[in-house]
Design a binder for this molecule. Structure first.
Ligand SMILES: CC(C)(COP(=O)(O)OP(=O)(O)OC[C@H]1O[C@@H](n2cnc3c(N)ncnc32)[C@H](O)[C@@H]1OP(=O)(O)O)[C@@H](O)C(=O)NCCC(=O)NCCS
Length: 144
């Protein structure tokens, strides 16, 4: 497995891995090729975005995408998408991706990292395992 920063040319392979991951349990989301490509393409095009891709040859095994945000006196990073193909999960790909992604963020001067995920999900278990903790002061508001 090779880890490389994402480029726009990687979009088709990223889209394929993203749909394979989030179309499966526990998310069972209804991404189309078009919607997944647009969502990932937008993330890659954002200012201060950073993305790392895990490759099995020409096949994308997984990826992590996020963006840095300038705060008053520090630089933060938000992980916006992270996925590993179902058949490659629980084999260390996610840890390798996130460790390298966060090391690169630290080298850019990032001191705070955040992300949103579903409570009590396998993803929360994964992130907890890698040192993430629930933050108490924020609440997600929606206007349905
Ligand atoms: C969450 C996800 C990215 C983790 O990637 P992964 O390659 O399966 O994770 P790893 O194999 O690198 O696991 C790293 C550590 O987390 C632990 N872990 C991973 N998944 C876990 C789970 N479901 N429950 C408990 N621990 C878990 C592993 O045991 C491992 O610990 P170890 O290194 O001490 O053995 C991957 O499962 C995935 O893509 N899931 C579906 C999409 C998703 O939920 N994305 C995040 C949405 S915000």
């Amino acid at each position: 497995m090779d880890l490389r920063p994402a480029s726009p040319a990687d979009l088709p392979a990223l889209t394929d891995a993203f749909r394979a991951t989030f179309g499966a349990a526990p998310w069972n989301e209804a991404w189309t090729d078009e919607s997944a490509r647009a969502a990932l393409g937008d993330l890659l095009a954002m200012p201060r975005s950073a993305a790392l891709v895990a490759w099995d040859g020409a096949v994308c095994a997984g990826a992590v995408l996020g963006r840095d945000q300038v705060r008053d006196s520090f630089l933060s990073h938000e992980v916006q998408e992270m996925f590993v193909r179902p058949e490659r999960q629980r084999g260390g790909v996610g840890r390798a991706l996130l460790d390298a992604h966060l090391a690169a963020a630290a080298a850019r001067g990032v001191t705070n990292v955040s992300l949103l995920t579903a409570r009590e999900s396998p993803a929360e278990a994964f992130y907890s395992h890698l040192g993430f903790r629930r933050a108490g002061r924020m609440v997600l508001l929606v206007r349905p």
